[in-house]
Unconditional design. Structure first.
Length: 154
């Protein structure tokens, strides 16, 4: 009987191996999902913060659209909360792909502003990757209805 392995031992080892494989594979799936959701939540928070500044703040200084680029500390598109000033939107779109938005430290983004009928501002990139965070707000653009959308990728 020395050197022989019983069938019960082999069967037990196979079952143990299958259970361990299932536990490890489930753990990897759960952990990768948690990491993705954590990254998505961080991007969503950043998108909300940037959107709040754009639609509720006048910028720093308030008349940044009339100043040279070096004097602009913070971009805000509002004349009043949720009432965007067309002059600020035009100034932002006249820059090379909205360079003032780089102050928000956005990596991959797309910002779109619509008035009631047309797209009046497009900044950022067109990407084939799925968007990780989207924030959309209804606003007034020079006292007419409009919409602003910010999309971020991880």
């Amino acid at each position: 009987m020395l050197g022989q392995i019983r069938i019960e031992f082999i069967l037990g080892m196979v079952i143990f191996g299958l259970v361990m494989f299932f536990i490890v594979s489930r753990t990897n799936v759960i952990l990768s999902r948690i990491l993705w959701e954590s990254k998505s939540d961080a991007l969503k928070t950043k998108a909300i913060n940037v959107m709040t500044i754009l639609v509720e703040d006048k910028g720093e200084p308030e008349n940044w659209q009339t100043l040279s680029d070096a004097n602009v500390k913070r971009v805000g598109l509002a004349n009043q909360s949720y009432n965007l000033l067309k002059e600020k939107i035009n100034r932002l779109s006249s820059l090379n792909n909205c360079t003032h938005l780089n102050k928000f430290d956005l990596k991959a983004y797309r910002l779109k502003v619509y008035n009631s009928t047309n797209l009046i501002l497009f900044c950022g990139i067109d990407s084939l990757e799925p968007v990780t965070a989207i924030v959309q707000k209804s606003v007034f653009v020079d006292n007419g209805f409009g919409n602003i959308t910010l999309e971020l990728w991880g």
